[in-house]
Design a protein around this ligand. Structure first.
Ligand code: PLP
Length: 395
């Protein structure tokens, strides 16, 4: 893979006609080390956020040993890429064939569930295995998150007691898991969910071996700057310590976004300007699904040899396909003199950006290069900083 100092180096030397993904391995390594060293338990990488083999490899090298997968294809991918990794199958609705292959072919022992039917299915398909780690997913509120995960999965408080009791009989290790929704903007989301966990344990009076607080750890986007991750870890640690569980119980989390958002950005070209609308060469069917469909705002920067002195204007984007839905409302703040042929870097696309790309309408190009500079924003420790539009680093 080619390497460039930054988006400008890439744009100047290659003048790419297709969108190009810029990968920042150093940013993903830093995020992984942060979770491995500072989260007060075990961190499972949620593969769906970005399943790229390059990323899996460097998370593994940075100490991430456990992987949260949702499909048999993700099981196979992790098993093939990282044969020593521990794979946890955390989708509460699985096909029997998927459970069977995961258990017998790939050595998966950890499964989540949120119904009695799923529990019976797992027990039946694994032929009453005695070495299962079964995590009961409970429903918690997504009120503090930008993206809800509250309606689809999670056992109702009324069903949790019976389910925990039944899972306890079948499990070697019994877990409780939840997901507060993606991009949780306050640690209170976890405190409230842990109160639900406590209530469930007390009510069912079962021994719990694993408490898995799921994903939801935020990244930094325009208008969505969260508190430091240490504050989340502290709230989770305190809540965990006060649960009525044994000293040997384990605390797990399943970060997706937080481990990889900073890993990738995208260099696009402006193909047409119509007032404050820019027609760019990537969009809703490329890496910008979230920008189009849920109005997510990503940081943007004009990539030009000579810095523009024009004031910033609010722009919206159209993607390259012939579909009206291929529209990203933004607003994206760019110098008022942006024009056809200009390059724009769109940041923080490592999570749920590159992973969503399709080839619809023939616009599926996916060239990748490595960039050495800082991501447009970072949440990681002493190096936390914002990179302004002209690549000036504000500490
Ligand atoms: C999507 C998902 C994650 C990752 O969520 P983020 O918000 O990206 O951290 C973790 N666990 C489960 C079960 C998920 O579905």
């Amino acid at each position: 893979m080619h390497s460039h100092h930054n988006a400008l180096g890439l744009a100047s030397s290659l003048k790419p006609v297709q969108p190009v993904t810029l990968l920042r391995p150093h940013a993903a390594r830093r995020a992984a080390r942060f979770f491995v060293e500072k989260f007060p338990g075990r961190s499972l990488y949620a593969v769906k956020a970005n399943p790229s083999p390059d990323l899996l490899q460097l998370l593994w090298e940075s100490g991430v040993t456990h992987y949260d997968v949702a499909s048999i294809a993700e099981v196979r991918l992790v098993a093939a890429m990282l044969p020593e990794a521990t794979i946890c199958f955390m989708h509460p609705v699985k096909a029997e064939e998927a459970i069977e292959e995961a258990y017998f072919t790939h050595g998966v022992r950890t499964f989540s569930l949120d119904t009695i039917e799923e529990l019976e299915k797992i027990v039946r398909v694994t032929r009453g295995a005695a070495d299962l780690n079964l995590c009961v997913r409970i429903r918690v509120s997504s009120d503090h998150s930008k993206l809800s995960l509250a309606s689809k999965f999670g056992a109702d408080p009324a069903e949790v007691k019976e389910l925990l009791f039944a899972a306890r009989q079948a499990a070697d290790a019994l877990g409780i898991c939840f997901h507060v929704g993606s991009q949780a903007m306050t640690p209170a989301a976890y405190a409230e969910a842990m109160a639900r966990v406590r209530a469930a344990i007390v009510e069912a009076s079962v021994t719990v071996d694993i408490v898995d607080v799921g994903g939801g750890f935020p990244s930094s986007y325009p208008g969505m700057e969260p508190p430091p991750l240490e504050a989340y870890f502290e709230v989770i640690h305190n809540a965990f310590e006060s649960l009525p569980i044994s000293y040997s119980a384990e605390l797990w989390c399943e970060p997706g976004r937080a481990l990889c958002a900073e890993y990738a950005s995208l260099l696009v070209r402006v193909e047409r300007r119509r007032g404050d609308e820019l027609y760019i060469n990537d969009g809703a069917y490329g890496a910008l699904f979230d920008a189009a469909h849920i109005g997510w705002r990503f940081p943007v920067k004009l990539v030009r040899e000579t810095t523009s002195n024009a004031r910033d204007l609010a722009f919206s984007f159209y993607g390259p396909t012939c579909d009206d839905l291929d529209h990203m409302a933004g607003p994206f703040m760019l110098p008022a003199d942006v024009q056809v042929g200009d390059y724009i870097e769109i940041g923080m696309l490592g999570a749920y950006g590159c992973a969503m790309r399709t080839a619809f309408n023939g616009f599926g190009a996916d060239m990748k290069v490595v960039a050495e500079d800082e991501p447009m924003a970072t949440l990681y420790g002493a190096e936390r900083r914002e990179v302004a539009r002209n690549n000036v680093v504000k500490l």
